[in-house]
Design a protein around this ligand. Structure first.
Ligand SMILES: [Zn+2]
Length: 343
């Protein structure tokens, strides 16, 4: 029986943001819900701290130094949304280290044998962190650090990152926008913070076509999200043929989330999970999950449980039938210039 591995670390609770939607109660709620279900049979491990070398693959040293220094001085505001406390640096090191550990568990030889799936459940989240700028509750680009680690340390040739957080993953986008070895697909509400990620932005230079932005209007629900996964992300994945799939999994597109206006349900997250698991299974490549946002504690913890339950199941979950939504059809047409599979 293949094992599924979950990485966590108590330092996630020491990133003290006060009265902020991105607070320690998120991790407490998720872990409580998982504990009630006996962690769904997943093996729970403590994440290591990411090393400087691992983080410096995507951030300049001065970015790490600045955050470390601010935390040592007692913390403070980085911008109106993003603040740190004395414990934040350690938390951020383990949040990045969790993503690295997911990759090591999935791609490492020996230890990785028989690992079906791995997940990193930490805070702070990461997908808004730009190379030299912490922002949007994010300090280090956790999922980007994981993808860069897969390539640099494990020889992965191509990594697919699918970001279903309701906000555009501007940091991940920026880090890989000129590269063709990481395909970054983001479905996000637009207009919404941070205002980046228009459909027209496809990456730059050698990376043109390898940034896939799928903006959707506020009010979008399961049908729109599932249609983009089934009819855009899955065919792209087949054509790109990654060695690893990473989910940049935020749960703030949930109908009950207070920070955005999408209408995805628990069943919608389960459906996207089943589709992405089927994609990884078809390609015979491993799949890892890195937690991003999600600010309604009940919706967040229920949806994380639903996701992990499907990812870890021994038998592949049934794949939902998904109609082609007009917005997904538009995206297919636009992207067919780069990806013939979408024509
Ligand atoms: Zn978000």
């Amino acid at each position: 029986m293949a094992v599924s591995v979950l990485f966590r670390h108590p330092s996630s609770l020491e990133h003290d943001t006060g009265a902020h939607p991105e607070n320690a109660r998120r991790i407490v709620a998720i872990e409580r819900a998982l504990e009630e279900r006996d962690w769904l049979g997943w093996e729970v491990r403590l994440s290591p701290a990411a090393t400087r070398e691992q983080i410096e693959r995507v951030h300049p040293a001065r970015h790490i130094d600045r955050i470390e220094a601010l935390c040592r001085r007692g913390g403070g505001m980085i911008d109106l949304d993003t603040l740190v406390s004395p414990g934040s640096f350690e938390a951020a090191l383990h949040a990045a280290g969790g993503a690295v550990a997911v990759v090591d568990a999935l791609l490492g030889d020996g230890d990785g044998a028989g690992v079906r799936c791995a997940a990193s459940l930490h805070r702070p989240p990461g997908h808004h962190a730009e190379p030299a700028q912490a922002m949007g509750f994010c300090l280090f680009g956790n999922v980007a650090i994981g993808a860069a680690h897969a390539i640099a340390a494990h020889g992965a040739r191509r990594v697919l990152i699918f970001d279903w957080d309701v906000h555009h993953g501007n940091g991940t986008d920026r880090i890989f926008r000129e590269r063709d070895d990481v395909l970054f697909c983001s479905i996000h509400q637009s207009p919404l913070y941070p205002g980046t990620g228009p459909a027209s932005d496809a990456g730059r230079g050698a990376g043109e076509g390898f940034t896939v932005n799928l903006p959707v209007p506020g009010g979008s629900g399961d049908a729109v999200f599932l249609s983009h996964v089934e009819h855009v992300v899955r065919p792209l994945a087949r054509e790109f043929a990654p060695d690893l799939v990473l989910l940049s999994a935020g749960y703030d597109a949930h109908a009950e989330d207070p920070l955005a206006g999408c209408r995805v349900t628990d069943a919608g997250f389960a459906g996207m999970t089943a589709l992405m698991r089927a994609t990884a299974d078809e390609l015979a490549v491993p799949l890892g999950l890195v937690l991003e946002g999600g600010y309604d504690l009940a919706a967040l913890s229920r949806s994380v449980v639903a996701t992990l339950e499907l990812l870890g199941a021994d038998e592949a979950p049934p794949v939902p039938e998904v109609a082609l939504d007009p917005l997904a059809a538009e995206a297919q047409e636009r992207l067919a210039a780069y990806w013939p599979a979408l024509a």
